[in-house]
Each structure stands twice: as C-alpha cells, then as structure tokens.
Design a protein around this ligand. Sequence first.
Ligand SMILES: Cc1ncc(COP(=O)(O)O)c(C=O)c1O
Length: 396
Amino acid sequence: MGTIMQYDFDKIIDRRGTDSVKHDLLHPVFGTENVLPMWVADMDFEVPDFICSAIRKRADHPVYGYTFRPRRFYEIIADWMGRRHQWDVDPDRISFSPGIVPALNLSVLAFTKPGDRIVIQPPVYFPFFSAIRDHDRELVTNNLVNSGGTYSMNLNHLEDLFREGARMMLFCHPHNPVGKVWQRHELEKLAELCIRYDVLVISDEIHSDLLLFGNSHIPFASLDEAIAARTITCIAPSKTFNLAGLHSSALIIPEPSLKVRYEQMLDRMHIGGGNLFGMVAMEAAYTFGEEWLTQLIHYLEKNALYLVDILGKELPDLIVSPIEATYLAWLDLSFLNMDDEGLKKFIIEKARLGLNDGPMFGPGGEGHQRINIAVPRKILEEAASRLVRAVKDSYI
Ligand SMILES: Cc1ncc(COP(=O)(O)O)c(C=O)c1O
C-alpha cells in the first residue's frame, strides 16, 4: 500500500528577489517596502513536486524549440473537467490562451465590435473593466447586490441591460473578489436570460477548482446545450497550482463556429503557440494534482476559518464575506468611516499591509479591502494581528 504524501503548506518561502510582482514591487505600488504582501492572487506555497519535476525533466532536454499541443494535451484537460466538475467535454472543443485576461480581451475583439455593450457585475476583478474599455466597447454594469456581505445578482436589472441591447457578458464564476459560488438556481436564471436575449457569455472559471467548505462548482456551460452554444468557458491551472507565471490556460468552446472565430483572433496575434513549460506544467497538474489539491483546499479552509474567527472576535463590526471559493477574502471595513483615500492610507501606513484596495474592483468596492489568504498560517496570523492592532490603536 502506498502512503499518501503530506504537503507542507506551513513552510515559509522567501520569494523576494525572484522578480515576484507580489513581493518585489511593494515600493512602486504601496510607496514603501514596509508592508506584508497579501495582495496579488498567487500563493506563497511551493508548486507541488510532480509539476516541478515534469518541468525539470523537460528542461533537461537541451532544445527548447517550437512545439505544438498534441491531442493528449486536450484529453488531459477534458479528463480533469470530467473528474472534478462532472462535465463531459469533447477534447476537440478545447482551445488555448496565454492567460485568462488575454482570453477575455481576445473574446471581446473576436465577438463584438466597437460600441457594442458588454455587461460586467462589479465589484469584480479589475481587468474585466479594461477588457471592454481598452477596445472601445461600451461597459455596462449590473452591480451585485450586497446584503450584509452576502452577494447576489440583480437579475431584473440585468434583463433591462440585455433588453436594451447588451451583446456580451463577462461572468466571474466563482466571483472574485467576493468569494461567491453561483448556485444552480442563479445560473439557470442567468442562462435563461442569455438565451432569450441572445447574449454571449464569457465565463471566467479560473477559480473553479478552489471551492471550499463542500461547495461545488457547476460549469455554466454544463447546464444544457443551448447555453453551452453561447458560452466560452475559461479555465486554467494557474490559480489552483500556483502557475500564474507560466501563462497557460484553456478555453472550452462547444459551438464550432465560435471556436473558429476565437482561434482566428488568436492566430492573428500569433500568440497561440503558448509556452513550452506552461504546457508541461498544465499536463502534470491535471494528471497528478488531485491529492495535492485536496490538501491545499483543507489548508485554505483552515486559514479562512482562522481569519473569520479572529476578526469576528477582535473586530466584530468588520464583515468578512462568506469565503465559499478562491483564496481571497473580502473585508468590509466601512465601520471605520474613512473615505477611500483614508482607508487605503490606513491599511498601508497603520496596519502595514499590502492589500488590494476595494475601489479598484469598481462600484461596491468602497470601504472594502481584499486579502489573499494563500499564505502559511504564521503569515496570516501576522496579517490579522497587524489589522486588529491598527484598528484598536486608532480608537484609543
Ligand atoms: C477572475 C480572474 N480572472 C483572471 C485572472 C488572471 O488570469 P491570467 O493570469 O490567466 O490572465 C485572475 C487572477 O487573479 C482572476 O481572479
């Protein structure tokens, strides 16, 4: 009988000096080195051994020339979707992107024209805004509804936007930064509206492997064939296995004509080749990753519980949105009654934390901060204690 390897998520790794955005760009972003980096969405855990050794093995071959993605590559992704998400994906319907943000931008270019209206639901991951504005499409927002930290979609307002002619929606599923897992009844209503008003959905499911506390992910396109035919699903091992620097992700495009149009855009930019090591890492992750992922999720759950518990005890007025998915916690600090600039300054200068400032996620971000909990427990303890101390000191 084989023994199950125990991975060590408590290990503290010094990432400084690796040109890490999170660790090595503190001064340009926060104006000081003196903050604990809890911002950019990558993890301070080591990449699992089976991925590192697959990369090393390939690196040992001394030629890094042009490569292609064999059918095996797509089959491995389809198998992962079947095993993890009970979605039967045809490997022929899978395409590539050098990252999900590029995929959002390419989709906007491929499927809409300047002036077309595209819907997003803030507060949301900030590149959703630029993917629309940078290409002269019209951004229309269906703000999420916040009820005491729990979020929902305003489907009536969304229907108005669709009726008024929105062509596309960028859907964040699960939703960054609020950590929300969209449930079947919500997805079904959304799908019904998209079908009725002929809206194309770009479903960003990059966080879909990181569901906590027994939540499960329902791929939007898996609901039925009608919605699959108008959905482009974006997935990647980058958040799940800490591979963001390898810039490799996949798109599932069941409707053949949409896949052709997407790939024409990819080819036009000459970025479809991808990164050799990204492909190797992706195959290893989706082939051998399940046990590691189980242990990661367990660790993230404990971190989430710790954070909710300590903040609940020490700062009962602070609201932490339910952390159903992702390793990002969304903190409502509006009880401090600070304006946006004041809160930002307070977090940097008094709490000495490098967080993502709520307003960067658009309307609904006021008074909020996003904290990354994919760190060894000791670091999270330090972050929590800095925040608690800063708030308590400011009230003395
Ligand atoms: C919802 C969402 N989409 C996309 C990305 C980034 O994707 P990529 O690095 O593949 O461009 C992130 C990273 O935090 C994210 O949260």
